[in-house]
Design a protein around this ligand. Structure first.
Ligand code: 4NP
Length: 160
């Protein structure tokens, strides 16, 4: 099993959106028994809460299930057990790395690092400006490219 963890600050806007989008892609490709997906935040404010209504609305608009998503905080165990720790922006990367020891640093990436065709590297926080549709577009492309990367690197699936 390959384990993928999406991380943002609050775990109510970006990372639960990425979790839901990525899980749906994995399901559509018939890889649900090979890839496990989760998300969390580095801040404690929204523990136990469902995603922001902007995230729920955009997922619904694109027909992506959002049930079961609840805010939680990144733990030491997450860093040990997940294979891919995927941050939404550079400040998330910094927050993860200071909790990481040397052995786990290679697991930490930014989502858009797998999408060189996109001219930005950070998925911006929609919590303050409400740009959930723009964030969805970035996450949707980023998730597709991440899945292709994982298929080659970890599942050894070569392109047809
Ligand atoms: P997220 O957005 O990191 O994409 O979930 C945020 C949600 C809440 C807060 C910050 C960012 N907050 O400060 O409560």
């Amino acid at each position: 099993m390959v384990k993928v963890l999406f991380v943002c600050l609050g775990n109510i806007c970006r990372s639960p959106m990425a979790e839901a989008v990525f899980r749906e892609l994995v399901r559509k490709e018939g890889l649900s028994d090979q890839i496990e997906v989760d998300s969390c935040g580095t801040g404690h404010w929204h523990v136990g809460q469902p995603p922001h209504e902007g995230t729920l609305k955009v997922l619904k608009k694109h027909g992506i299930p959002s049930d079961g998503l609840r805010g939680r905080v990144l733990t030491k165990e997450d860093i040990e057990t997940f294979d891919y720790i995927i941050a939404m922006d550079e400040s998330n990367v910094e927050n993860i790395l200071w909790r990481c020891d040397e052995r786990s640093r290679h697991k930490v990436h930014r989502l858009l690092d797998f999408s060189p065709e996109i001219p930005v590297r950070d998925v911006p926080d929609p919590y303050y400006d409400g740009r959930f549709d723009y964030v969805y577009d970035l996450i949707s492309t980023g998730a597709k490219n991440l899945l292709e990367h994982i298929k080659k690197e970890a599942l050894h699936v070569s392109e047809a």
